[in-house]
Design a protein around this ligand. Sequence first.
Ligand code: G16
Length: 530
Amino acid sequence: MSKDAVTAASAAYPKPAGQTFQYGTAGFRMKADLLPSVVFRVGLLAALRSRYRNGDVIGVMITASHNPPADNGVKLIDPLGEMLESSWEAHGTSLANAPTDDAVFDIYTKLESDFAVKPDVKARVVYGCDTRESSPALVKALKDALDALNVDSTDFGAVTTPQLHYVVRCLNTAGTDHAYGEPTLAGYYAKLSSAFNQLMAGRSNGTVTVDCANGVGGPKLRELIPHLASGTIDVAVTNDDTETFSKLNSQCGADYVKTNQRLPPSTNAQPLARYASLDGDADRIVYYYVDHSNVFHLLDGDKIATLAASFIVDLVRASGIDNFNLGVVQTAYANGSSTRYIEKLGLPVVCTPTGVKHLHHAALAYDCGVYFEANGHGTVLFSPEALRRISTHSPNSPAEQSALTSLKALTELINQTVGDALSDLLLVEVILAHKAWSPAQWDACYTDLPNRLEKAEVKDRNAYKTTDAERRLVEPEGLQARIDALVSKYHEARSFVRPSGTENVVRVYAEAATKSEADELAAKVKALLD
Ligand code: G16
């Protein structure tokens, strides 16, 4: 590696004056015009991480997911398709904040020596982006960094975030006992669809209408559909205009539906028909329907988690596998009714801070860990030992055999690297088909407590510090006591405040026995912030 090559390439991407960057909940995320220097430096970090991991492939995804069209972002994917190990986030932050090109090079070489990275290990990086207008220029910044370090790199173009996670895991497990699949998009579609077609054999589930947030999920869902066996489901794709950049996540998509608790205005919903919305990079999904009185009902990440957990528990029991430990992981946003429902099912449930990396980590503690954020971001993890038991179990009856076959196929259908809206869509469709449930029957498992999510623009969101899985504030001092005093005035109420890791806002969540109480509580808590 030559210092001149790195500093000369870095000089094309100067750090904007006066900006401080931080690797947050989902990497770096902000207005796209502030990002070129950050993306360049993330390229350096990806190369270093790959060399540190002895040439494992590292992924770099350029996306701002649910954020508005003018934003963009970048995050790293670790070798098994997980989020970047947390201890390395600080290295990303320090590279991003280096004031000069020389300082960038010095931090890079210091990390190289601190981690005793061997000089002869070749770095391997794969990357992709969402459909934002700013993505191609940021991809170029990334590529310039990778080329300056002579990295072996592959561009996957516009992909969903979970597709890139899948590819990274496939590349790093190829030829091992844990080979995850063919490291291509064709391999991804083949894996998901063959499991889906097996699970849906002899079943038909009618139509599901999918709002793709006018993001990359639209074209990718269209690529997936031809692989689904005819007669199984009919997927109607809507909001898939990726050419009109301003439409991304605007009045549509999973975040819009979840936050506003209403249909995208473009949807003319038919009573009891199934609808789903993806977010801008297709790692989140929520379902919804309207009843015969045209009342909107949301089936969010909590409802998906409970549906998946109860289905898997039943399949495990029906297969004759015993001592199988299944747990559910949620965040503070999980509706109180969902937590009580999971406890009634007799399943352990834990709460972690927001951010998939936290949930994913907690889910690894179980044979099967089901994790979902209420916003629809989640998946199901099977431990290597659970996969071994499932694949070697000898069934004692045709009924056990049938359940076991379904369970095996589920482990292939579910993207175990990260929450994946396309995989989760197929998972929900399979479960509803097996149970012969309408969305209303699914919804009837439990009734959500009315809730309200608000954003507040404050002077300094970093002044807000939380504890207890983000359910309580420790700073600003005294604020939590004032929130507690408000909460005590409402029935079955709960409220918390936390700084967003992806937007420059503080989020306020409130739930209570009635809609008007939840709305009023959220408004009063929001009024406490400055
Ligand atoms: C990202 C994270 C999620 C998180 C969401 C909102 O989602 O991956 O874990 O729930 O941001 O986070 P915050 O409330 O901290 O802004 P996405 O889909 O935007 O990548």
